[in-house]
Design a protein around this ligand. Structure first.
Ligand SMILES: Cc1cc2nc3c(=O)[nH]c(=O)nc-3n(C[C@H](O)[C@H](O)[C@H](O)COP(=O)(O)O)c2cc1C
Length: 364
């Protein structure tokens, strides 16, 4: 049903400015009577960060920035939803246009710059659905004009940890000037020390909430060494690899749009993001699980992420080109992979190819 509706709607949505198409999609998800996806096969279940995921496929941050449709997305078959990025105070982000489709490449460039309705509005929505079940994480970021960015993260942890399934520290958006500097060893250590401390304070009254760190795929391997070292020392619960890239692969066909400033996502990001995932996996040495994100647009790509080291995966851009039917397609591809190797659980595939991936030529 949803597949047919989408096939009819997609040409119309693609005729719109990408941001208008997105707003309309959110409105449709918020009010359309949605069919509930079939229950998940038990072999797709994943336990990670102390949470039980019915399947490993998550909606990546940025789709539901303001927590308007997490339950619609869960209903349509996602195993979890990451809302946000939310900032403490409302902010508009960069001037439009700021989202661009690279149709021939199946990619997207965005420079939204943390447009957010702010913490209060998102908290209200998440509180209203708090007893609805399902895994709904929150991705947090700093306001552009914040005098003390670390204080913004601490404030948001205090507000959201009691209500979210997990909290993601997003220091990898390329669209807030200077934000990615928080990934450098000394700054990251200070940030994580204060964030984990805030989480511990909340835990005493509201129970534990996993804290994840989302990094950029553009770190050098030396910077990745540092980031993983700090994340392990500060005992984060997991990492997400990764955000959009500022690089522009030589293979891009939409040369003119590729010159737009912003982060590139979708199919052209897959090789770099998967390589960085594998590089992270070999450094983490199973200290915590990883979420693999970037360029997943098929069952094969999802399986490659898991084999490169992802316990869970997320996607966003492929939905623009493939629609929500992709979620069911990935599930059936993962089940076929399990059947092929007579396995009972995806955990047996996690990281199977990580070492081999790190030995390949660097993706160009
Ligand atoms: C339009 C758009 C907005 C995004 N906004 C956010 C965001 O607010 N916070 C964040 O952590 N990532 C954001 N992302 C990045 C995605 O969560 C994801 O890491 C990235 O797009 C790679 O996955 P994909 O290739 O499946 O899209 C955004 C991506 C897109 C395309």
């Amino acid at each position: 049903m949803i597949g047919l509706f989408e096939r009819l709607a997609r040409p119309f949505l693609h005729a719109l400015d990408p941001e208008d198409a997105h707003s309309l999609t959110i409105k449709m998800l918020a009010c359309a009577p949605l069919p509930r996806a079939a229950g998940d096969d038990k072999r797709l279940a994943v336990r990670a960060f102390g949470l039980n995921f019915p399947n490993p496929i998550g909606m990546a941050a940025g789709f539901d920035k303001n927590g308007e449709v997490p339950d619609a997305l869960l209903r349509l078959g996602f195993g979890f939803v990451e809302t946000g990025t939310v900032t403490p105070l409302p902010q508009r982000g960069n001037p439009r246009p700021r989202v661009f489709r690279l149709n021939a490449d199946r990619g997207v460039i965005n420079r939204l710059g943390f447009n957010s309705q702010g913490a209060e509005a998102v908290l209200r929505r998440l509180a209203a659905r708090a007893n609805a079940g399902g895994i709904v994480g929150i991705n947090i970021g700093a306001n552009k004009d914040a005098a003390d960015r670390v204080a913004d993260y601490v404030r948001l942890i205090e507000r959201f940890a009691p209500i979210a399934s997990y909290v993601t520290i997003n220091i990898s958006s390329p669209n807030t000037p200077g934000l990615r500097n928080l990934q450098q060893a000394e700054a990251l250590d200070d940030l994580l020390a204060r964030v984990i401390d805030a989480r511990e304070r909340v835990t005493r009254r509201a129970g534990p909430t996993p804290v994840l760190l989302k990094i950029a795929p553009d770190l050098s391997l030396a910077e990745l060494d540092d980031a993983v070292g700090v994340a392990r020392a500060r005992r984060v619960d997991g990492m997400i690899v990764g955000n959009t890239t500022l690089t522009r692969p030589a293979s891009l066909r939409e040369m003119k749009i590729a010159k737009e400033a912003g982060g590139l996502s979708g199919r052209p990001l897959l090789p770099l993001a998967t390589r960085m995932l594998a590089e992270t996996y070999v450094r983490v040495e199973s200290a915590f699980p990883l979420i693999g994100v970037g360029g997943i647009d098929s069952g094969a790509a999802a399986l490659a992420k898991i084999r490169a080291g992802a316990s869970l995966i997320q996607l966003y851009s492929a939905l623009v080109f493939r629609g929500l039917g992709l979620v069911a397609e990935i599930k059936s591809a993962l089940l076929s992979a399990l059947e092929r190797d007579s396995l009972d659980s995806l955990s047996e595939l996690v990281g199977a190819d990580a070492a081999a991936v790190t030995a390949e030529a660097w993706p160009g």
